[in-house]
Each structure stands twice: as C-alpha cells, then as structure tokens.
Design a binder for this molecule. Sequence first.
Ligand code: KG4
Ligand code: ZN
Length: 345
Amino acid sequence: MKVLGIESSCDETACAIVEDGRTIISNVVATQIPFHQIYKGVVPEIASRKHAEWILPVVKQALAAANMTLEEVDAIAATNRPGLMGSLLVGLTFGKTLAWSANKPFIAINHMLGHMYAAHLVNDIQYPYIGLLVSGGHSIIAKVNGFDDLEIMGTTMDDSVGEAFDKVAKYYNLGYPGGVSIDKLAQKGDKRAFSFPVPKIDKGEHRYDVSFSGLKTAVIHQRDSFCNEGYEKSNENMAAAFQETACSTLVSRLLRAVEDTGITTVVAGGGVAANSRLRAMLAEHTELKCIFPPLKLCGDNGAMIAGVAYHFLERGDRSGWDTTACARIPQFKRGLANLESFGRR
Ligand code: KG4
Ligand code: ZN
C-alpha cells in the first residue's frame, strides 16, 4: 500500500510517499526557516501563508520524485493535531480535498504518533518499548505498546525541552532554530562552567515528569550567578552547561521508566532527538538498546505521517470529510491512573 503523507503542523511544508509503512519512496521537506529566522521564532501567520503557497508544489514534487501519478497512490494521510491551527488546516484541508477528488481513503494523523513512528521507518522495532518524544511542543516519556498505544508515564510540568532550547537561543541571539544552534555552540564550550539548577519535582506522581521553565529562567535571567569559579561566562560554556542539564533531566527520568518497567529498549523521536549530547549520553548506557531516527527523520516530515498512517489504514480506520484540526492533544497529558501500574515508589 502506497500512502501519500502530508505534514504542515508547524514550519515545514512536507509530503512523502511511503510503501507499507516502511519503504520511503520520496520525502520532500520545504522548510520555512529563512522566513521565521529574522523573528527568532515561528510566526504562525507567516507559517500558514507559506503552507498555502507551497502545499501544491510540495505534493507535486513528492509525486514526481517517486515517479508516480496521484492515481497510483492508494491512500492519503495528513497531520491534523497537535500544532498551529492555521498551519494544520492547510495540510489537512489539502489532504482531504485531494483524497475526496481522487476517490482515495483518507486518514488524519496525530503528529506525535508520527514522531514516535519515525525510527520504525529504518529499524525493525518490537513493542513494547520506552518512548522519548521530545520536540518543540512536547516532552513525553511513555510506555509504547503499539503504533497508536502510548501509556504516558511522564510529561513536562511547564515548557517542553525544545521550547527551552529555542527561548535560550532567542534571548542570547544564538540563531534559529535554537536547538540546532545551541547543539553546535555547545561543542565549543565546557559544560562544567555553569551548574544550572535541576528540577526538584521527582516524587510520587511526578516520578517521570520533567520541567524546563526553571532551567530556562535561570539561564536567561541569572546565568552569571550559576557560573563556577575559574570558568569564563561565555555563550559557548553557557550552551554546553544548559544542554547538559536539559539532557540529563530527560535521561534521569527515562532511566526511572526503564527501571520500573524492566523495558530496556528506548526509542526517541521529535526534533530534539537530533541533539548530539542526548544521543551521546544515552549511548553511554550500554545496558539499553537506544534507537534514534536518522537526523532527517527527527524533525517534521511527511514520511513519518505516511508511515504510521499505513498501520491505521491497514486496520480499516478512515477519517471522515468532517475531520477537523486540533491545536492541542489533552490525551497526551500524564494519566495518573497509569502510574500505579508502572510500580512507582
Ligand atoms: O519535531 P520538531 O521539528 O517540531 C515540533 O513538533 O515541535 O521539533 C522542533 C524542535 C525545536 O524546538 C528545535 O529547536 C529542536 O526541535 N531541535 C533541537 C535540535 N534540532 C532541532 N534541539 C536540540 N538539539 C538539536 N540538534
Ligand atoms: Zn514535530
């Protein structure tokens, strides 16, 4: 089954064709970064306008790169949640219209299930595993039982990890997207230069939860007071220490989830899964089998949407023409009832 997947939830206009949830036939990502760069963040109005301009050429390009016509596509999928409302509506409406006019099955896809699926496009991965979903909008630790079955163990209490990277980079004018620039800058810095505060929320129901707003505020507003003696208060050192604290916060909660469930396979997804320090930190845990998507599948793309869509479609699921977009997904908040079963202390 060849699925055409459309992704437009944030600032990438993307379309891919994937066969049987595994073989990427084409994967086109048109990034809007240059248009948002001067504002040091995504401007929702610009994003939706660019999606509207680019969606048709991007879909045409994905078909051309696959050397396929629309008739040869078996089904169409598009992200409908979560994300920027205007951006989501462009891809979703385009996808529904294309499917309706070509008389093809249509399925709307949860963007975070797409991110969780990205690593499956290039690896044979058995369920269950511990999922680490880290993006611009989410920081989720979950027991993943199937492509659409995530038991949320921990989540962020405030900002997502990607947002912390982006806001720190914005404040210090380090470049956009923030995660990419901090990752690069940190390689020239010394992580021991600053001792930034780590979140203290780690008891009981918050055992697997993370928090990044305290770290973000400390780095932005009180950076110098956390500098260790003998070290330079440089952006490079700050980036290295900030990244170290953010990544070790994630890893510490992840290790708890591994310990409590006894599941030693960890699969990462989302833009922050591209972070070189996070990858290196987890690689040190040789007792774990850590699987990261290739870098180009960490950020937003249509292949992850077409890939996970195949499994919904194969099961017989379809979305109606009245399917709408949804900016947030409350079901990705931690389910307190779940925690008992994970054996938290
Ligand atoms: O998954 P994604 O492309 O979009 C969302 O679904 O949000 O994630 C974007 C986020 C941004 O916050 C960006 O700064 C971050 O991923 N990011 C990184 C890296 N590359 C992208 N964060 C840390 N290190 C990176 N190398
Ligand atoms: Zn994303």
